[in-house]
Write a protein that binds this ligand. Structure first.
Ligand code: BDR
Ligand code: CA
Length: 319
């Protein structure tokens, strides 16, 4: 089996943490690096959280490169549903591991340039605002040749936004970055709210997950229980959408997802609709599609997938 080389760009974040923990126990993925960005929390915190999650998951072998301190042009907005520390107020031990001295942008440029030169392609998983990748693409557009595709969580097409009426958090947090990435010519798989709202993490799932996940069960239960409280008012029931982990599920179990190709535009000028993602479903723009937008998710299949993966933490083989 040749593992898929990936870079995980993220802003942990409770659901980012669950995505990372799932990727850590998936040998089909070769994680070349983790590149935290300013998003759910200020950069210092997302870096620290990424390091703590690496230690929790027993994957201190994966290098962590700190990314951009701020969005390209706008002020940071930060997440509202991840607790004060960004990890649902769970108390994880101080990380022993430290971030690399190289920045995320330099790491992206060097790694993707080298891959492009060698005829290799790397998949970029974007779980937060896409500032790091956009800045790297702006500094060296040729890195697009080293990108297999970008699988990103963000945007809202037929669904309303979750941070404003029109816009989803990751895209709103840096709409200019999203605009750069969607205009760059790289192939994109978009897991927007349309997809993630189909997979709600309910209290019964939280119980199941903590039952199977061995040595991480306590922290996972705390993270998930915090998440479960978030969206009661918004969705009218307990449970929150499992946003970022769907990126990892998509890579490993694509049969659970249905997509539709379309040209995507990102609004980055109007304050009213800032960060809105617009899909040209019917080819009105005359422009080539640039994204596969996930329209349907087999929710039960996805929950089963995560249960199986996270149960690997109960196996002796996992550090
Ligand atoms: C996205 O926003 C963040 O709060 C989550 O981590 C996820 O990436 C969902 O809109
Ligand atoms: Ca995130």
């Amino acid at each position: 089996m040749t593992a898929i080389p990936i870079i995980i760009d993220c802003d942990p974040g409770i659901d980012d943490a669950i995505a990372l923990l799932t990727a850590f126990v998936s040998p089909e993925l070769e994680i070349l690096g983790i590149t935290p960005v300013c998003g759910n929390q200020p950069l210092e915190r997302t870096v620290r959280n990424a390091l703590q999650v690496c230690e929790l998951g027993g994957r201190t072998d994966i290098p962590v490169y700190a990314g951009c301190f701020r969005p390209m042009f706008r002020e940071p907005i930060y997440g509202q549903f991840h607790g004060k520390n960004g990890l649902g107020n769970t108390t994880l031990p101080e990380p022993i591991k430290t971030a690399e001295s190289k920045s995320a942008v330099d790491f992206l440029i060097e790694t993707l340039s080298a891959a492009g030169n060698e005829g290799k392609r790397i998949t970029i998983c974007c779980l937060g605002p896409m500032t790091n990748l956009a800045v790297a693409l702006r500094m060296k557009p040729q890195i697009a040749e080293g990108i297999e595709r970008v699988v990103m969580m963000g945007g809202a097409y037929r669904e309303p936004g979750n941070r404003t009426m029109t816009s989803e958090f990751n895209v709103l947090a840096d709409p200019h970055a999203a605009h750069v990435v969607f205009s760059s010519g790289v192939q994109i798989v978009a897991l927007a709210l349309d997809a993630t709202h189909q997979v709600m993490l309910k209290p019964e799932h939280v119980a199941q997950f903590s039952e199977v996940s061995g040595r991480i069960s306590e922290t996972l239960a705390e993270l998930m229980a915090f998440w479960d409280r978030n969206d009661v008012r918004r969705y009218g029931s307990r449970g929150g959408p499992l946003h970022d982990p769907l990126v990892i599920a998509y890579l490993l179990a694509p049969g659970l997802f249905k997509t539709q190709r379309a040209r995507v535009f990102v609004e980055h000028e109007s304050e009213l609709c800032m960060g809105q993602t617009i899909a040209d479903w019917y080819g009105k723009s005359g422009l080539e599609p640039n994204a596969d937008i996930v329209t349907r998710v087999d929710a039960e299949g996805v929950i089963e997938f995560f249960l199986e993966r996270l149960s690997r933490y109960a196996e002796k083989a996992v550090a």
